[in-house]
Structures are given as C-alpha cells and as structure tokens.
Write a new protein. Structure first.
Length: 296
C-alpha cells in the first residue's frame, strides 16, 4: 500500500499546479469556447462546422490507414480552402465582429474616451407618443419600424435614409408609415426626442432560430438589435402585433402599458451625461447639467 501511495505522489508531481493565472486562463478559454459555439449554432456557420468535423474525421481515417497520397493532396488544398472559406463566410464573420464590438465592456471603454452621445435620453412625452403611434398603427395594421438609438451610434444607418429632424409625435410617425406615402418604406431612426431619418435600410438577421412566420420587417428589427444596442419597435402589417427587438431577441407587447413600462425603464437607465473624462471640470459640468434636468 505504501508503494501505491508513493507512486501516486510521484505521479502528482508531474501535474502542473493550478495558479490564479491558470484559473483565469481556463475561464477565458471556456468563455471563448462557449461564445464561439453559441455563434456557430445561431448562424450558417453551423453547416461549416459540420463539414469541418467531417473533414477532420476523414483526415484521421487517412492517417490511420497511411493513405499518404490523399493526405498530400489535402495539404496542398488546405491553404486555398482557408482563404476561400473566409471569403464565403465574410457576412457571418462580420456579424461576429459587430457583436463583439457591442459588448458592454467595450461600450464602457468608449465612454471613458468620450465617444458617446449626450442627448440619447428620451423624455416621458416621447415614450407616450411612441406607444400611442405603435398601437394606433397596429389597430389598422399599418407596418412600421422604429429604431431607438442608445449608446452605439447609428450614423451608418441614418445615412441610408432621408433626413427628417423632427420632434417625435404620434401624428408624424403615423404619417410617415401611412400606405402609399414616399417615406413609408424602411425604418425611422429616433435619437433622443428627435426623428433623425426615415426610409433607412437595416441589416437583416442571419439567425437560423428566427421563426419562418416572421417577415423581413421583423428580421430587420432583430438584425439591427444584434449589431447594435438599439431598441426597435416593429408593427406587423399582417397581424397588427406590436413587438420590441432588443439584444437579438423579439418580445411581443400585449398592451400599451407593457410597451410604456419597457421604454421608461430604458429611459431611466440612461444617464443624461455620458461624456466622462478624467478632467474634473468636465465631470462637474455634467453633474450640474444632470441636477438641472432633474429639477425641471
């Protein structure tokens, strides 16, 4: 028995000791693996992964039976194949990088650099106008797509549309999305209390989990919520149902009160002054502005 424990102890010496750095590395690798598998399962890249697994199994088979000619041919093709895969799956790779750039810690870093907007907060009046317009259009089954900008700039999307620069109101939104009007096709972008642009083009989601019952309007709403932190209100032209897309998820709003509560929670969560620098004077000015707005 002593010999057994002696051998066991000798074997344990070859196992590397787990340090704090090692634990951090394990957690990072685990998170990266989980994020990669989640992204793969949610896009067309899942088909690519299955094909790669099949190729790996075939290479193992060739290695086991010493099929050297086939292995040589596959080695010659490998470099070209990697380049071809990058070109073929460019949209999926771009989507993955956009989602990476949409992480909260990167938004925090941008805020430290002053790369955030100061007027993204919308008022309770704007919330009421959005809720009223959404459900009034839902009653008559008028399709609508309203994107509310948050911390991440939507200037690229704004440039695809027509400038409006109008205060958010129930009447203006209904008039924009009315059938057979020049501005009804596409989305409107709302920044703070202002409708910045209309007829904007949105990126379509490539997610394989979206129901086939949802049309292009809903897929566009989910797409922009995947690429940015924007909140999108979408009104179905077929059913009149009002939904909200956020963080790649679509949630149906059953009542106006539910939509109002969601939008107010977003408004309350925002801080009016996001320009935080290490300059104490800028910080104090932001604090004074926040106090003035709270007293109004």
């Amino acid at each position: 028995m002593q010999l057994f424990f002696h051998n066991l102890g000798a074997g344990m010496e070859f196992i590397p000791r787990l340090t704090l750095t090692g634990i951090i590395e394990i957690l990072i690798i685990s998170w990266m693996t989980y994020a990669f598998l989640t992204w793969v399962m949610d896009t067309k890249a899942w088909i690519l992964l299955r094909g790669l697994l099949l190729i790996v199994a075939f290479v193992g088979f060739c290695t086991l039976f010493h099929l050297n000619t086939i292995l040589w041919l596959m080695g010659q093709v490998a470099t070209i194949a990697v380049t071809a895969l990058i070109i073929i799956f460019q949209p999926e790779l771009r989507s993955a990088l956009e989602q990476l750039g949409n992480r909260n810690f990167l938004v925090f870093l941008n805020s430290l650099l002053g790369d955030t907007k100061q007027e993204s907060l919308f008022s309770a009046h704007t919330v009421n106008e959005l809720v009223k317009a959404s459900f009034e259009m839902g009653k008559v089954k008028t399709g609508a797509l309203m994107v509310i900008e948050q911390k991440i700039s939507l200037n690229d999307i704004v440039r695809t549309g027509i400038d409006i620069d109008g205060i958010v109101s129930n009447q203006l939104l209904i008039n924009i999305f009315e059938h057979n009007t020049p501005l009804h096709d596409g989305a409107v972008v709302i920044r703070g209390n202002t409708i910045v642009s209309a007829t904007c083009y949105l990126p379509l989601s490539e997610s394989m989990r979206i129901s086939k019952d949802l049309g292009t309007r809903h897929r566009a709403a989910i797409g922009v919520s995947e690429a940015t932190d924007a909140v999108t209100i979408v009104v179905s032209e077929e059913t009149g149902r009002v939904s909200v897309a956020r963080s790649g998820q679509l949630r149906v709003m059953q009542t106006p009160e539910e939509l109002r509560a969601l939008l107010l929670s977003l408004s309350d969560a925002e801080v009016p002054t996001k320009h935080f620098t290490f300059n104490g004077w800028d910080f104090l000015k932001g604090k004074e502005k926040h106090e003035r707005e709270n007293t109004q």
